[in-house]
Design a protein around this ligand. Structure first.
Ligand SMILES: [Zn+2]
Ligand SMILES: [Zn+2]
Length: 229
């Protein structure tokens, strides 16, 4: 995709690979937090041990910016949401969060970029009136792209999705509800609100589509949680 050029930048926390243009920043990225100032930081914010320049140095968690002793902040973890190239120092709480997100970046994000076939219907259409599209996340993660043989659709901006709902389609042998599709409510480029349903194409194997839906749900949650802060 044009314009997703990146440049290397060194912040106080480490080397980052950032998009050259702001309009290319991923909706899954987070800004680096401000670090708790020296004045507010006389003791570890976890175990309360007092800092001492020689015996107990303070360290900042790269994810939350709070200050900790080495014991409470020694884990080095990947932090792709802040675009660090190498693992960076994390406190214990943030370690857990970032480890879970590693899963998203290693698996679910790839699923979204690879795409899948869905039958797309507008809210005012009957279930049989939709058209088949190949849906995938754009390379800069900002848009859902719809590729159709006959029909065209404008991309949906990930940051303009207001709600996302999983639509069930029956149960498997063990009684687990199967995801049949998703409905999203989003704001389009004209500022109008739209609701579309994207159902896994029932022509063939449903599994890839269901995995794509699960990944989309995780992606939406990440963007939504970051928005709520
Ligand atoms: Zn501590
Ligand atoms: Zn932290």
């Amino acid at each position: 995709m044009a314009g997703s050029e990146k440049k290397l930048e060194r912040s106080k926390s480490g080397l980052r690979m950032i998009p050259v243009s702001d309009t290319d920043s991923s909706p899954f990225s987070l800004p680096e937090p401000p670090w708790v100032s020296d004045d507010e930081c006389k003791q570890c914010q976890n175990c309360r041990a007092k800092f001492d320049f020689f015996k107990r140095r303070k360290h900042h968690c790269r994810r939350c910016g709070k200050c900790f002793c080495n014991d409470c902040c020694q884990e080095k973890v990947n932090l792709p949401r802040m675009l660090f190239l190498d693992p960076v120092r994390h406190c214990q709480v943030c370690t857990e969060i970032s480890r879970k997100e590693e899963d998203f970046f290693e698996k679910h994000l790839k699923t979204l970029l690879n795409g899948g076939y869905f039958n797309v219907t507008e809210s005012d259409m009957g279930p049989d009136e939709g058209s088949l599209f190949f849906l995938k996340l754009s390379a800069n993660h900002r848009q859902l792209l719809f590729e159709g043989d006959n029909d065209k659709r404008e991309p949906v901006q990930i940051e303009k999705i207001d709600t996302l709902q999983i639509l069930p389609s029956g149960k498997d042998e063990e009684g687990n509800t199967l995801a049949g599709g998703i409905a999203i409510k989003y704001t389009d480029t004209t500022g109008g609100t739209n609701i579309i349903k994207m159902m896994v194409d029932s022509g063939g194997n449903k599994k890839p589509g269901q995995i794509w839906i699960a990944a989309m749900q995780k992606a939406f949650k990440m963007v939504y949680d970051a928005r709520a802060k």
